[in-house]
Design a protein around this ligand. Sequence first.
Ligand SMILES: [Fe+2]
Length: 137
Amino acid sequence: MPTPNHSPVIAWTPEMSVGVAALDDDHRIIVGLINKLADAQDLNDAGMIEAVLDSLAIYVDEHFQREEEYMESVGFPHLTEHRVKHRDLTEKVEQIRLDFFLGNRDSIGEYTFAFLKEWLRQHILIEDMQYNPNRPQ
Ligand SMILES: [Fe+2]
């Protein structure tokens, strides 16, 4: 099997730690799935793209539930707004999947990678960071 030779689309870095191990693990897995999507794209493997998009949709959903449960458990004050941001991304990922399936595409656009990468980075660094229990008050 050919090995993709691009650098990762996105990398998890310690500055992205939200101070909750299970949620950091989730974020690393999501970062991994976005990179796997880029690998599938490089390999021109439509079946793999489809499978990774399925995994991404399922995992993002599970992660958001876990994160919202955590925020609820600690009485995070911005939960309602945060939920809205999560729902927006869930819908966006669903749209990317539908565009791929219904459009009979065999690739994902560069703009989609740019969007996923930027959304994830910004969401973790700005929005998720607000619930970081280690963050200076
Ligand atoms: Fe979040």
